[in-house]
Design a protein around this ligand. Structure first.
Ligand SMILES: Nc1ncnc2c1ncn2[C@@H]1O[C@H](COP(=O)(O)OP(=O)(O)OP(=O)(O)O)[C@@H](O)[C@H]1O
Ligand SMILES: [Mg+2]
Length: 285
């Protein structure tokens, strides 16, 4: 099962959600891989990866491989075809049992144009296909834009989770997000499921976000039942480089994350995006 966490809007909670769901998955004994496709490298940092990397397969590495996801893409340009050894050379242990990381690299930015022009858009999917037997769950964190890497992720995944931060700008951004995801599904990945919109930093006491959500539900947007509250524990957990389940297991935010994990693991599918006619009829806040 491969989930991509994507929203082209910045700062809505992609990294926090990808990492914390992956950590909960691993804490339940599922072998879980986190893929960091964002050049900002926040997921890699959160997973403790500022030090020289502890390579699981260090002995297998070629000299010019430093074991980041950028090298995975580099290999696809050099050798064209990924073999099993090369796919796994980019997997790193994290301090957390059953949780593994494909780290980001600043090189992603420099390589993007060449990868695009050489049409390497399916290579991430190829690499993850080769790892299917090794991992029970894969979570992919994406950059805040629709670029080569986020498109590769949407092509490689089975389903997409969309973080939403209860803001009118975010709601506006959902229109183009919907179209982009549906276009990728149509052109490249017909099996891609919309797993649902994850409402982050929700305050049930405030009138505006409650009204906004009610309205979005009435419009038929696929909103997941579990909402995530706002808490300083989130930033503290980033700072300590420790996911919430290991840092503040009993906290309300962590418990909501566990509910969210259970919801997505047990539900069939919360629904799809509404048809295109939805876009013209939505009032602007
Ligand atoms: N539930 C929450 N409570 C409080 N703060 C949160 C919560 N979720 C995310 N944040 C904060 O919001 C900011 C953005 O979160 P995050 O980095 O996860 O978003 P992102 O979508 O990955 O951002 P980017 O688009 O830059 O990659 C961070 O400072 C994070 O600590
Ligand atoms: Mg991020």
């Amino acid at each position: 099962m491969r989930r991509v966490v994507f929203n082209q809007k910045g700062g809505v909670g992609k990294t926090s959600i990808a990492c914390n769901l992956a950590a909960i998955s691993a804490s339940q004994g599922l072998r879980t891989l986190l893929v960091d496709l964002d050049v900002q490298g926040n997921t890699s940092y959160y997973m403790g990866n500022e030090q020289p990397l502890n390579l699981q397969y260090a002995q297998d590495r070629d000299d010019d491989i430093d074991g980041t996801i950028a090298d995975l893409f580099k290999q696809t340009m050099k050798f064209f075809k990924l073999d099993d050894r090369r796919s796994s050379a980019f997997i790193h242990e994290t301090p957390f049992e059953d949780l593994f990381l494909m780290p980001s690299s600043p090189a992603l930015k420099l390589m993007e144009r060449e990868l695009e022009s050489r049409y390497k858009i399916y290579k991430l999917r190829d690499a993850l296909d080769r790892l299917d037997d090794e991992f029970d769950r894969v979570y992919i964190d994406t950059p805040p834009c629709l670029n080569f890497y986020s498109r590769s992720a949407l092509i490689a995944a089975n389903s997409v989770l969309i973080p939403f931060d209860c803001d009118s700008f975010s709601r506006q951004a959902l229109y183009s997000l919907r179209n982009n995801i549906l276009e990728i599904r149509e052109d490249h990945n017909p099996d891609l499921e919309i797993e649902g919109i994850v409402v982050n930093q929700f305050n049930p006491q405030a009138r505006l976000p409650v009204e906004l959500l009610d309205e979005m539900k009435r419009e038929g947007l696929p909103i997941l039942e579990t909402t995530l509250p706002s808490s300083v524990k989130m930033k503290e957990s980033h700072q300590r480089q420790t996911p919430l389940i290991y840092f503040a297991g009993a906290h309300k935010l962590t418990q909501q994350y566990v509910s969210l994990f259970n919801e997505i693991e047990t539900q069939e599918c919360v629904g799809d995006f509404p048809p295109a006619s939805w876009e013209s009829g939505v009032p602007i806040h």
